[in-house]
Design a protein around this ligand. Sequence first.
Ligand SMILES: Nc1ncnc2c1ncn2[C@@H]1O[C@H](COP(=O)(O)OP(=O)(O)OP(=O)(O)O)[C@@H](O)[C@H]1O
Ligand SMILES: [Mg+2]
Length: 283
Amino acid sequence: MSVDELERLVSRAQLLSLVDAAKFKLALWFGAVSSGKTVISLWAFLLAVRVAPKTGIIVIVGRTMTTVYQNIFVLFQNTSIFGTVIASQIVYTPGASSARILGREVMVIGAHNAEAVGRIQGSTVALAYVDEAALMPEPFWNMLVSRLRVDGARLLATMNPASRNHWIRKNWIVPGAAKNLISFHFTMRDNPNLPADYPRGWRGAGCRRRASAPRTTASPASARARRSGSTASPASTTPAGPRRPAPAPAAAASPSRPRSGSSAATAGTWSRPPSLGGNGGPR
Ligand SMILES: Nc1ncnc2c1ncn2[C@@H]1O[C@H](COP(=O)(O)OP(=O)(O)OP(=O)(O)O)[C@@H](O)[C@H]1O
Ligand SMILES: [Mg+2]
């Protein structure tokens, strides 16, 4: 498969985030609605399930059990994204407190108030996936991170942008490296599969936010390359031309829109939007 063909299935930003996320204990995807954060973070989660330490539990956390079902398990059943083999190995009954994913038991938690802390207190967590992290009560998040106390334990999370004063920005995204956290800022350009007629207002909002951000830091690999005077970063060497419309993946059933051309410069970066902030160092 050529890189062009691959990019019609997975955007460069999605792909690079998948690679970079694996180097950190905590990984956080944030940005515009429908920008492809959940899809790629769930791929990262599936890869992590395969190697998660056996000595701890695996948890999926959302604001409520209903949002976990809608945002995660419904998506997992999309066979054009995850394939029939993987989809068939994800078994969940809506509302249930556990699921089976790739043969491992996974605890499902709705954490809309601080009482949810009781669900994980005392546990050792090997792997956690958090949907809409900015909506979690801070004590719950802190407790969850403190439960990652086995070698190789990881936490993956998504969220939409939060305010400058939000605890997750101040205490986690900005310190980034110091907390062993990498964050990825996505815009709608990073979704390889949005229909051409997707509401422009939404798309515009995402792009403006990104456009006004200082584009500082590329992926660790490209940053290293720049420091050493090399131009070897995949993100920086691929030309930023308009993309051909992608053939619709079977179940996604909508033609991908041509891309604006700016993504090559931004895809895969973990830049620092003005309202949020930096991120990490190696795991
Ligand atoms: N790599 C991909 N391959 C196929 N479809 C994709 C891909 N990435 C995203 N999509 C499609 O775009 C939709 C939106 O993506 P996703 O749910 O990941 O967005 P999001 O950034 O999490 O949005 P929100 O902020 O609303 O939670 C998905 O339901 C899926 O149909
Ligand atoms: Mg999402």
